[in-house]
Design a binder for this molecule. Structure first.
Ligand SMILES: [Zn+2]
Length: 196
């Protein structure tokens, strides 16, 4: 059953319609620079604008997930999961990658840094109550039981070993990941090393 999403705002009266037996509705489109460097996770509406204005081209269209069609006057655009700018945009260097839950989970590959199980929480290796910072160098993905068991103790006090290197990630795709709460599986191959 098609779901209508009226998407009104500045400029043209846009009408985004989800077609097919929607398995899921894509909310973001990965924007790549002309050099294929990941730039941003765009709202669908902005991605459509770039496509319709011939500023970007589709890069990745997966027939199973292309569920969203866009209709404006006389045009229908099937919204791809990844698009690429036709012209290179210079991106200024913006310093350290912000620490977010999504980015940390990706750095640690979703695994607990103590036992290797599926991680659900973030643990401060040196507990915050003991002066530990909320920084890449002191945070690790952790399963709930390890997080609970470790509590506010130091690794040296309980004889635990950390299996994850606590390094801040570098590279443009990490900035994108920090700004994105959810990663589309289709994006991973475009996000470079460490993302897959
Ligand atoms: Zn664990």
């Amino acid at each position: 059953m098609p779901t209508d999403v009226r998407n009104r705002g500045s400029g043209a009266d846009l009408d985004v319609t989800h077609v097919g037996s929607a398995l899921r509705v894509r909310s973001r489109v990965l924007l790549l620079n002309a050099t294929f460097e990941p730039l941003a996770a765009l709202p669908v509406r902005r991605a459509v604008t770039l496509l319709v204005c011939d500023k970007a081209d589709p890069v990745h269209e997966d027939p199973d997930t292309e569920l969203t069609a866009f209709h404006s006057v006389g045009t229908t655009v099937f919204i791809p999961s990844v698009i690429r700018l036709r012209h290179f945009v210079r991106v200024p260097y913006r310093g350290r990658v912000p620490l977010t839950r999504a980015a940390l989970m990706l750095r640690d590959r979703g695994r607990c840094g103590y036992c290797g199980d599926r991680a659900e929480t973030i643990d401060h290796v040196i507990p915050r109550s003991r002066g530990g910072t909320h920084a890449w160098e002191n945070c690790v993905a952790s399963c709930a039981p390890c997080n609970h068991r470790k509590a506010d103790r130091l690794l040296s006090e309980i004889g635990w070993t950390l299996h994850t290197p606590l390094v801040p990630p570098t590279g443009p795709h990490w900035r994108l990941l920090s700004a994105t709460t959810e990663l589309e599986p289709d994006w991973l191959r475009y996000l470079g090393e460490g993302a897959a």
